[in-house]
Design a protein around this ligand. Sequence first.
Ligand SMILES: [Fe+2]
Length: 158
Amino acid sequence: MEVMNDIGLDEVKVFELSEQLNELLSNYQIFYMNARGFHWNIKGRQFFELHVKFEELYNDLLLKVDELAERILTLGHTPLHSYSEYAKRATIAEAKNITSGDDAVSSILSSFSAIIEKQRAILADAGDADDEGTSALMSDYIREQEKLVWMYRAYLSQ
Ligand SMILES: [Fe+2]
């Protein structure tokens, strides 16, 4: 028999969704710190442009970190909240000592690719659980980030 949580969703499905959301959250935290590193360490002729662009990126990632953590709480579970767990659960690798704009943008593109793929998987499972709130969040992120991928890719093509 299905057991429903406070917002009328199947508890078993929601537990599995929360686990996936925690994996996504871990990836966002690593991506966030990578973006801060790019903002700090970037060198070269595109410094001013990229320094600002990477700040815009990490600010947006930080907003999403908070939204994801609060979504997990809304579903009745606990967001991971330690760096040791983020490092264990994330699939995005830490980027260290990157000073070239092109290397930073390539790293950003592969991080977006990893999180977009994960968000598509969560979107499918959220649909299966009738979890419209999580579905809507994933749809928004996917749409926004697909556009960013186009722009970062265009930058690399110059
Ligand atoms: Fe700064």
